[in-house]
Design a protein around this ligand. Structure first.
Ligand code: ZN
Length: 465
């Protein structure tokens, strides 16, 4: 299940975030949770996060960057953007959709790893401090592009976005250009080193960058933030071409199994974020046959034909019994069909089969257990959701289900603490404090839950304004 974590009144908040975020606050993005609530629409999905992590892991290793705990942050935005901040790799769904092969996006990740390994991020921070331009920040976060492309969303935000896109983009480009040329060439060179070390071609990166160089990357009013932060002068492209040609892996293509996962990811994003027509469009073009079936099953699940989607999910499972995400889809369908017991069985399989040990799947499993509502299933639900949260503390939605499970068990204090956590991780600190204080009333002073409530109460608001 691909889910969107959109903070309440996202549009208004995004507009405010653009207006008030200080540069310091943004660069601290990697370390704080509050930024998630500041208008960046984050997509959570076990399958896609695992795939992107699989793309990044060998590259990060080759770059000498610790890859043990890279967090993949998927941003729901049709424009192309990808950047690394701290231990987080931010990647727009648009970048994944625009990449027809794993190699194309892996090349971009390699380039970003090159920036990180080269310490370029530190310099960027200095530049940002000096330039104090919100446009750069908005570009980095893709907020400017969201705004520019969001005429359908809200007039206010679209207006703000237009300003950013028109004036800000150019300003950002000018101030970045002054130092960027050298660093881009360095990052390109590093990227090729990492790709060679992992036996992968640089052709995908070249293809992506060539696309940015041409006018084709401008689709309507949408401006790709990556294009703004990555000027592609001809000498840079020529340098890159030379490097790619020299690589012994120049003509190497992605393993078919990886291409299949890539296609499954794209068709899933299309189904959830772009609708039925987008899936059909994707299938009509070249797509792995099983991925095409996956897309059709997702469409049937999302747009109403549950019986047919269940048949299709079963066929997918027959083709790949060990694919955890097929079992996850089966669970999603059964939940929608109001069959929580069968859904729980499907999710349990997904959890067991998931090599990436995503924190998202146990939460889905917990939801199905919660929906059964028996004392035994509630107990199991708490255990599953807690285990999911132990792997992934920032899954804001999970706390809602946890609170519900505790509530139905009659454990009011734990329910309130879970609610406080949920608010905390979605950036609603005031509500988080209210519930943390409520929880403390029924908790024993000094016990772990009491201490956690105290942490939330003590948490200071980011002094960014
Ligand atoms: Zn770059």
């Amino acid at each position: 299940m691909l889910s969107l974590s959109r903070p309440a009144s996202t549009v208004a908040k995004a507009a405010r975030a653009v207006a008030t975020l200080s540069l310091g606050a943004v660069m601290a993005f990697a370390g704080t949770v509050s930024a998630f609530a500041q208008g960046v629409p984050v997509v959570r999905d076990a399958e896609i996060e695992a795939l992107v992590r699989d793309y990044a892991r060998p590259i990060f290793k080759a770059a000498g960057l610790s890859s043990s705990n890279i967090q993949i942050v998927l941003v729901n935005d049709k424009s192309f953007n990808a950047f690394v901040a701290g231990r987080r790799l931010f990647i727009n769904t648009g970048a994944l959709m625009q990449s027809e092969t794993p190699n194309e996006i892996i090349g971009v990740i390699a380039h970003e790893a090159g920036h990180l390994a080269g310490g370029h991020q530190d310099k960027l921070r200095e530049q940002l401090d000096r330039a104090k331009t919100m446009a750069i920040v908005a570009s980095l976060l893709g907020v400017g592009a969201i705004a520019a492309g969001a005429a359908t969303n809200s007039k206010g935000l679209a207006g703000a976005g237009m300003g950013l896109a028109a004036g800000g983009g150019e300003m950002a480009q000018r101030s970045l250009l002054s130092y960027q040329r050298g660093e881009e060439i360095t990052a390109d060179r590093s990227a090729i080193t990492y790709l060679n070390a992992t036996g992968q071609s640089g052709m995908g990166m070249l293809k992506t960058f060539q696309r940015f160089q041409s006018a084709l990357s401008l689709s309507g009013a949408q401006i790709d933030p990556y294009r703004i932060s990555h000027p592609m002068p001809q000498d840079r492209i020529s340098n890159l071409e030379e490097l790619v040609k020299k690589s012994p892996y120049r003509d190497k293509t992605d393993p078919p199994a990886l291409q299949q996962r890539h296609d499954m990811m794209r068709v899933k994003i299309a189904a959830y974020l772009d609708g039925q027509a987008a899936v059909s469009r994707l299938i009509r073009r070249k797509l792995d046959p099983l991925a095409a079936k996956y897309g059709e099953a997702q469409v049937a699940y999302l747009y109403g034909n549950l019986a047919s989607s269940l048949t299709q999910a079963d066929a997918l499972i027959k083709a790949q019994p060990k694919n955890p995400y097929f079992h996850e889809l089966r669970g999603d369908i059964l939940m929608k069909a109001n069959r929580p017991k069968d859904a729980a069985t499907a999710y349990a399989k997904a959890v067991r089969l998931d090599p990436a040990k995503s924190g998202i799947l146990p939460v889905s499993y917990g939801q199905a257990l919660l929906a059964q509502g028996t004392p035994d299933s509630l107990k199991k639900a708490v255990a599953q959701i807690e285990s999911g949260l132990a792997r992934d503390r920032e899954n804001g939605a999970a706390y809602r289900y946890l609170a519900q499970a505790y509530g139905e068990q009659g454990d009011v204090a734990k329910a309130e603490l879970a609610t406080a956590e949920g608010y905390f991780y979605s950036g609603a600190f005031r509500d988080a404090k209210i519930f943390a204080m409520r929880a403390q009333k029924s908790l024993k002073r000094g016990e772990p839950a009491w201490l956690r409530a105290q942490d939330i109460i003590n948490f200071g608001p980011a002094k960014s304004n």
